[in-house]
Design a protein around this ligand. Structure first.
Ligand SMILES: Nc1ncnc2c1ncn2[C@@H]1O[C@H](COP(=O)(O)OP(=O)(O)OP(=O)(O)O)[C@@H](O)[C@H]1O
Length: 282
């Protein structure tokens, strides 16, 4: 942590009076290359969820109150705010694969959804160069349709034309490893099979910015290896990949940079080894 403390004091010295909770760690003392092209700029982003009907502090966790409310058929008109992302700022570049780590509820998925444009900022902004695509465990494939139909529809949704879908189809089925299950509705798939098919569809196309939320967590070792290779290829094709995963090995092997979120703020941002070592300690 000596390196990060030094970095933090330097940042503070440069910006007197500006409170900074985050720590930026660069693998070498050289300043970042100015020639790299930024793909995602997140500027002092705040995301707040509004939950209607939430319990007040006084009512929280009180079974007697809950029972009384039920008996009296009282509604709960209170509105509670959850401040999930609190002033996050960073710049991602072409060719970056950025792992996002943090404890449950630290704001990882919220940040990805905001970069994908699915959540409006409460304040601050997200600027992206190109179209961001979010691939999550809940990505919108249709459970009642067969894998085959989902591949075709998913490819169309990504903007491929019928000829390109034909060319990609076999590769998607092979990569997903779902075999003859491709003929069955996705409702018959295990969660791992669904996740593999989603990744296979999404990665069949080059993305400007690909956001992956835990999709690799459910695959077996062989699938993880294949998907890591594919992420590497996507990086080489000059896209930017964001990866949220609780499996830190996957992050370390796949990413060239890691952002550690803690209670909605960036606690550390830098090369995977340094950040993961600090995260494991803390
Ligand atoms: N749709 C929602 N409505 C209200 N609050 C939400 C919603 N989604 C997430 N939150 C809250 O926002 C905070 C951040 O959640 P988020 O899912 O982004 O964290 P996470 O780091 O991805 O967690 P996990 O590792 O458990 O997936 C949490 O306090 C969570 O309860």
């Amino acid at each position: 942590m000596a390196e990060s403390t030094e970095e933090l004091s330097r940042v503070k010295a440069e910006e007197p009076g500006t409170p900074r909770a985050d720590v930026r760690v660069h693998p070498d003392p050289e300043p970042p290359q100015v020639t790299r092209t930024p793909t995602v700029v997140v500027d002092d982003l705040h995301i707040i969820y509004r939950v209607y009907g939430a319990a007040t502090e006084a009512e929280k966790g009180n079974a007697a109150n809950a029972l009384m409310r039920l008996l009296k058929r009282q509604g709960r008109p209170q509105m509670k705010e959850v401040h999930a992302v609190r002033g996050v700022s960073f710049v991602a570049y072409h060719g970056d694969a950025i792992g996002i780590v943090g404890r449950n509820g630290s704001g990882k998925s919220t940040l990805l959804r905001a970069i994908a444009g699915l959540l409006p900022p409460h304040s601050g902004a997200v600027y992206t160069d190109g179209q961001p695509s979010l691939l999550g465990v809940n990505a919108a494939l249709m459970r009642e349709l067969t894998g085959e139909r989902n591949i075709v529809l998913g490819c169309y949704a990504m903007g491929l034309n019928p000829k390109q879908v034909k060319e990609k189809y076999d590769d998607i089925v092979d990569f997903s490893g779902i075999g003859e299950f491709v003929q069955f509705p996705m409702s018959t798939y295990s969660s791992g099979m669904g996740a593999r098919l989603r990744f296979a569809i999404a990665s069949a196309k080059a993305h400007d910015v690909l956001l992956i939320d835990e999709a690799l967590a459910t695959g077996d070792r062989d699938f993880k290896r294949k998907s890591q290779e594919r992420i590497k290829k996507m990086r080489e094709e000059a896209g930017t990949v964001f990866l949220v995963a609780h499996n830190l090995d996957v992050i370390e092997e796949t990413c060239n940079r890691v952002i550690w979120l803690h209670k909605g703020k960036i606690k550390m941002d830098g090369d995977p080894k340094t950040v993961l070592a600090a995260y494991n300690k803390g």
